[in-house]
Design a protein around this ligand. Structure first.
Ligand code: HAM
Length: 425
């Protein structure tokens, strides 16, 4: 083979698309029920947008961005996440003056130069939602309720919701200093990345998966004592509301998320069945992003994104629980070439116009082979058009399950399928 897929990318074959389509239908319909509207942003954006929003100390910006310079010398990236582009578009389309809350969702392909492994790719897809304009803790709870409802409709029962608060800028400042003091005494035991994080963003050390860092993190100071009254109250109220909504959760003090824009509530839904890449959905509040990093107005916001590859992998074993498109042919038409092939295509064209899946065989096989192939392709009915059928205009439809036949004239075939009369035999 001369060419192969680029490392970390995937081909999505029809079988997987059937599952993906069903997932997309569920997520879209649920988002619409929560009052969200769909939008799309470009895959190419200016690099600066992510440096300022996702943060110049994040792994995404420091190690994982696909950057390119276009012919006019612009520094662009293949977008590594969806939130920053939505925020840019929110400002550019002047959604700031729309009635609040502004609720948006997107399905987006994203690019991160990560080490590929099960559930982690360099090109992947997310379903994401962003809600602008409400500071209320009920908005956080509603966001979690949307994620929970989607996962419930996808028949997930064993995902656990981890939730934490990162406080506001003020409480985080003191917490950050406490973390620096604590981790400085372990500096030599930290991994190389975390030694840098100690200077740039010590909170991120809490999230490091390396065993040497995990040991140090266990005794690290927690954010709770550093929270201001507003942040404490906000978090308490979020937890009480999700309790009232009967959504189980664990408060996870080590959850910090990998992007710099978060403030207060952060959350993730985690599966035990995906190994190290167990987070299927993650999000949080980012009240400061539009104003501080993108020169926008003060605008509270919250959102999450769900990885479609991880969800699809988990659902692969649960295909029977989902309503999937039936791709097997309803009717298989065999013929003997020439005018009988044209006649077959005429019948097929009419049925297909009405959405009925028809497979026409152009190979002029013998009868035995025709039966075998029709059964192998899981066709439900079979007709064979030969000279005799062409002359009389009457054909025998064979039900491949009951193995019974029924005579019918060409003109009535479509009506017959549409009326469902075929079920009679
Ligand atoms: P994130 O945690 O970076 O958040 O990604 C969200 C989800 O995308 C992850 O939980 C995972 O399912 C999937 N994902 C991430 N990286 C990969 C990868 N390399 N391969 C496959 N799947 C992946 C964000 O992107 C934020 N923008 C979410 C958000 C929206 N926060 C607020 N609003």
């Amino acid at each position: 083979m001369k060419y192969k897929r680029v490392k970390g990318t995937r081909d999505i074959l029809p079988q997987e698309w059937i599952l993906r389509e069903s997932i997309i239908n569920i997520v879209k319909n649920t988002a619409y029920a929560f009052g969200y509207g769909e939008m799309t942003t470009p895959i190419l954006e200016e690099a600066g947008l992510f440096i300022h929003s996702v943060g110049d100390s994040s792994d995404i910006v420091t190690k994982e961005m696909y950057t390119l310079v276009d012919k006019a010398g612009r520094n662009l990236v293949l977008i590594p996440e969806g939130t920053a582009g939505i925020c840019r578009a929110f400002l550019e389309a002047k959604m700031t003056v729309w009635p609040k809350p502004v609720k948006l969702f997107y399905l987006q392909r994203l690019f991160r130069y990560e080490q590929p492994q099960k559930g982690r790719y360099r090109e992947f897809s997310q379903f994401g939602v962003e809600c602008f304009g409400s500071k209320s803790p009920s908005s956080d709870a509603e966001m979690i309720s949307l994620a929970h409802t989607i996962l419930k409709k996808l028949h997930f029962s064993s995902l656990s919701l981890h939730i934490n608060t990162l406080g506001c800028d003020q409480c985080r400042k003191e917490y950050r200093e406490a973390l620096i003091r604590y981790f400085q005494s372990f500096e030599s035991s930290l991994c190389e990345d975390c030694r840098v994080r100690l200077k740039t963003n010590p909170l991120r050390i809490l999230d490091c998966k390396k065993p040497e860092c995990k040991n140090c993190v266990a005794q690290a100071p927690k954010i709770q004592p550093y929270l201001c009254d507003d942040c404490k109250e906000h978090f308490q109220s979020v937890l009480e509301t999700i309790d009232a909504l009967d959504i189980p959760y664990v408060v996870d003090h080590e959850l910090v998320r990998g992007l710099d824009y978060y403030t207060q509530t952060v959350f993730e839904f985690i599966s035990r069945d995906l190994g190290a890449q167990g987070t299927v959905l993650g999000g949080g509040r980012y009240d400061g992003l539009l104003e501080k990093e993108l020169d926008g107005p003060s605008m509270p916001a919250i959102g999450f994104a769900m990885g479609l590859e991880r969800i699809t992998m988990l659902l692969e074993t649960k295909r029977s629980d989902l309503e999937l498109r039936d791709v097997d042919p309803m009717l298989y038409i065999a013929n003997f070439g020439g005018t009988t092939a044209a006649q077959s295509l005429q019948i097929a064209q009419d049925l297909r116009y009405h959405g009925i899946n028809v497979l026409v065989d152009f190979e002029g096989k013998g009868m035995k082979k025709v039966f075998e192939t029709a059964e192998k392709r899981n066709a439900k009915y079979l007709i064979v058009i030969g000279e005799e059928e062409e002359k009389t205009g009457i054909v025998s439809i064979r039900n491949l399950q009951t193995r019974q036949n029924k005579e019918i004239d060409f003109e009535s075939i479509t009506t017959y399928f549409l009326k469902g009369d075929l079920n009679e035999f």
